[in-house]
Design a protein around this ligand. Structure first.
Ligand SMILES: [Zn+2]
Length: 481
């Protein structure tokens, strides 16, 4: 049966600096409860909202990146509902009717399937800018059992983008790929950090075989987008096959149990009593604003960035790996601009170094997990010089750098076999007594000799086991002659 999927993606503009209408922080994580608040985001009487320029700029850049029609002016609307975490009893949002004008209409997103290198498209119906509500916490038995509720307004007023697609998506996997690609795009635009806890939520509409559409609310991870849709399609297929009818409804994704559950009958939009917010006059979108946003959007065009990598003959899977970890792409571009070989640099950064970070449980998205530019450039040149086989670079040097990215390259380079032999030879010649002691069975004399060899080699990283082995072998051969 034909599957039709549409998405509504809510993303916090965590990188916007401030909340949407006040100076409290957009990234509220790490604050004590109700410590990131002011009269505006607490909805106190007399407090007036003032739109953050940065949020507006980022929302406009997103709209342009998604090839939207940009309006001459935008109008915020009030969306009324009553819930403790919404202190004003309305959310400032945008609505395409009732006098509201959203920041974007009729866009399109092209997204990549990195496993087949196929580009797919999905139309974007509109983008709204809105404020996040606060958070209600129920202790002791959850929403039905708890005798009280706690409200934290740290999140209240955080700028959100609501990106609504047309129902153009045909498979749960494509839905996941679209969300992943969109989040990466928003990261490059400087809108959000997709790895922050709770920074995005997805609602998905799905219908099969022309039946009623069911909305799945509150999906919190990209993997769950695919899982929730797969579950829902299976559920609807079973009902249809048993002769039943799919009802239009809203369901909740229960990530713990991996199922969707009925939530409530669809609320109709009229129930929200939308009207233009009288505190916020229409905001003109000037040509100057558009030009500035266009420059942000152009620099963050993932298709262009990928194209540049492919032009340098970087294999597609390495190119995608570089792109999907922003610090590695930045390091790659700088290294190549200073003469580093593109293919080798890509292989080291996108495959072996990134793999090693994962192996060691370090965060590849944290720029401090990556070595400085000079180290990478030196490493690339050294690898090309052929002094060390690539196995040694991969097996010894990269793991040592990954565990200490600030280490100077020469301190993590292993000794070349020849250098160890020379040092061992000299130490055996100089330390006659210790060698004799060792031969007479005083095993600790070998530790002393190992120490002497390490000192002779100098500051460079050496593996004591290798030296011990070389010493033993050499002493044995001296003895047998
Ligand atoms: Zn505030």
């Amino acid at each position: 049966m034909r599957v039709v999927i549409g998405l509504e993606i809510h993303v916090q503009m965590s990188e916007a600096g401030s909340k949407l209408f006040c100076d409290c922080k957009a990234d509220y994580r790490g604050f004590n409860v109700n410590a990131n608040v002011c009269p505006v985001c607490l909805g106190l009487p007399g407090a007036l909202p003032v739109v953050s320029k940065k949020s507006l700029e980022l929302a406009l850049a997103t709209s342009l990146a998604l090839k939207c029609e940009v309006p001459k002016f935008i109008v915020f609307t009030r969306k009324h509902y009553f819930y403790p975490d919404l202190p004003k009893n309305y959310q400032i949002s945008m609505f395409e009717r009732a006098g509201g004008v959203p920041i974007c209409r009729n866009g399109v997103i092209s997204f990549l399937d990195p496993s087949t290198w196929e580009w797919k498209t999905c139309r974007v119906r509109r983008i709204n800018i809105e404020e996040d509500p606060g958070r209600t916490v129920y202790e002791e038995g959850g929403i039905t059992g708890s005798p009280y509720a706690l409200v934290d307004y740290n999140r209240s007023g955080v700028p959100l983008l609501e990106i609504v697609t047309e129902p153009d998506i045909e498979t749960p996997r494509d839905a996941r790929l679209l969300v992943e690609y969109l989040l990466l795009m928003l990261e490059y635009l400087g809108v959000t950090n997709p790895r922050l806890e709770g920074v995005f939520r997805v609602d998905a509409n799905v219908s099969i075989g022309g039946g009623e559409r069911v909305e799945i609310k509150n999906i919190g991870s990209t993997l769950d987008v695919e899982k929730a849709l797969n579950y829902e399609i299976l559920r609807q297929t079973k009902i249809r096959e048993a002769g039943g009818v799919i009802e239009r409804e809203t369901r909740h994704w229960d990530a713990m149990r991996g199922i969707t559950r009925p939530l409530r009958h669809k609320e109709y939009e009229e129930e929200y009593l939308y009207f233009p917010d009288p505190d916020l006059p229409p905001i003109a979108i000037t040509e100057e604003m558009v030009e500035k946003a266009l420059r942000i959007a152009e620099k963050a065009d993932l298709q262009v960035l990928l194209g540049e990598l492919l032009k340098l003959n970087v294999p597609p899977e390495h190119a995608w790996s570089l792109l999907s970890t922003k610090p590695s792409l930045e390091l790659f571009r700088k290294t190549v601009s200073l003469g580093g070989d593109p293919q080798l640099t890509a292989r080291i950064l996108a495959v072996d170094y990134k793999g090693e970070l994962r192996e060691q449980g370090r965060d590849p998205y944290d720029p401090s997990s990556w070595p400085p530019l000079e180290t990478v450039l030196e490493l690339v040149k050294l690898t090309l010089s052929g002094v060390y086989p690539y196995d040694t670079i991969k097996g010894l040097v990269i793991p040592a750098l990954a565990s200490n990215p600030q280490a100077r390259l020469e301190t993590v380079l292993p000794e070349k076999a020849g250098d160890i032999e020379v040092a061992v030879e000299e130490v055996i010649r100089e330390e006659v007594k210790a060698v004799r002691d060792y031969l007479q069975g005083k095993t600790q004399a070998l530790n002393y000799l190992v120490g002497r060899v390490i000192k002779k080699i100098g500051r460079k990283a050496v593996d004591p086991r290798v030296i011990r082995e070389a010493l033993e072998k050499r002493i044995k051969s001296v003895r047998s002659t």
